[in-house]
Each structure stands twice: as C-alpha cells, then as structure tokens.
Design a protein around this ligand. Structure first.
Ligand code: GAR
Length: 192
C-alpha cells in the first residue's frame, strides 16, 4: 500500500476530499500522517476523527529545526507522495530535494497567473475579481524550491460571472479542487 502525507494550514476540506476518495476506493493508498502548520485548525480535527496521526510543525521554514523535525517526521511516515492541501508555509529546499517529484500542491488559480508569494486563499480570488478576469480555476503542480513554479500536472477552469465576489468564486473553485486533487493523486499512485 502506498503512503500519502498531507500538509495543511486551514479547514482541511481538500484533506477531507482525499480521505473520502480513499474511502470510496478511488485512491489506492493510506494517509500515514498530517503535518499542520499551526494548532487549532480544522484539518487537525479531521485527522483525529479519522485516526490519522498528526504533527504540529512550529517555527518558521528558515529555522534549521523546522527542516530537521520535518525530515525526521517524513522519514517515519515514509511517503510515496506528499500533498500540500492548503499549506501556507514554504517547503525548505532540503525537503524538496529529498522528495523530488514526490510533492504536489493545489493552488486556487490558473497558474502561472495569480501565483507566487502573497497569493494564497481568498487573496487569489480577490485579485482575480479585481482584475475583471472572465475565467479562473485551480492547478495541481509539482513543488520545487520556488513558490508555485513547479511543473503543472493538471488544471480545471471555472467561469467568473459578473456578479461573482471573491467569496463566491472561492466556493466555485474549491468545489473543483475537491475533484481535481483526488483525481491527480489516483493518477499518480494507482497502478504504479
Ligand atoms: C484551498 O483553496 C487551496 O487551494 C488554497 O488554500 C485553500 C485551503 O482550503 N491553497 C493556497 O492558496 C496555496 N497557495 P482547505 O483547507 O479547505 O483545503
């Protein structure tokens, strides 16, 4: 059985979509752990209710201890795939080098548009609406040492309507994220 380690910073609805997809037998894998970037987030509650071990990674990516602890946790959980599901901290270069082509991220825009430092969560949707874009979407891509710059695996488009607000657009995009992310994970892990 393949192992997945999920990283999250928020409510964890994408984490839940992965759990559900495994439950339905669509992804043939097991989630060996959740890395949370802070205590008290929804993703931790989801991990607890599904008996998935979790670890709260304190400190900042620039601290040596951050990388050290992260690498030791990952060694223990032995991931075939690391999934950043709404994780808002930078992944240290030592980790992206150790797990080359084994880390994927979901981003709520059509990268390379609206990606990079400062573009996360609702800020992305606000920028898209403010720019008067007629379409947006989500992207799953490999993670390297540069923010949102790794190779794109798959994207899903959505239409931005005249009456969309950042909040309604976020809901539309999130609905697509919940399908796209599990599909890409299944594609990468099943039959390998
Ligand atoms: C998702 O929309 C995800 O694409 C975004 O954070 C949200 C997390 O929601 N990620 C980024 O902005 C990364 N740059 P969730 O906690 O409900 O899965």
């Amino acid at each position: 059985m393949k192992n997945i380690v999920v990283f999250a910073s928020g409510s964890g609805s994408n984490f839940q979509a992965i759990i559900d997809s495994i439950g339905k037998g669509e992804i043939e894998a097991h989630i060996s752990g959740l890395i949370a970037s802070r205590p008290g987030i929804g993703a931790i509650e989801r991990a607890k209710s599904h008996n998935i071990p979790h670890y709260v990674l304190s400190g900042e990516p620039s601290d040596t201890s951050f990388t050290k602890v992260l690498i030791s946790k990952l060694k223990a959980w032995n991931p075939d795939l690391i999934v950043l599901a709404g994780f808002l901290k930078k992944i240290p270069a030592e980790v992206t080098e150790t797990y080359q082509n084994k880390i994927i991220n979901i981003h709520p825009s059509l990268l390379p548009k609206y990606g990079g430092k400062g573009f996360y969560g609702i800020k992305v949707h606000k920028a898209v609406v403010d720019a008067g874009e007629t379409e947006s979407g989500c992207t799953v891509h490999y993670v390297n040492e540069l923010y949102d710059k790794g190779d794109i695996i798959r994207q899903q488009r959505v239409t931005v309507s005249d009456d969309d607000t950042p909040e309604t657009l976020a809901q539309k995009v999130l609905k697509e994220e919940h399908k796209l992310l599990p599909n890409v994970i299944a594609e990468i892990l099943n039959n390998k």
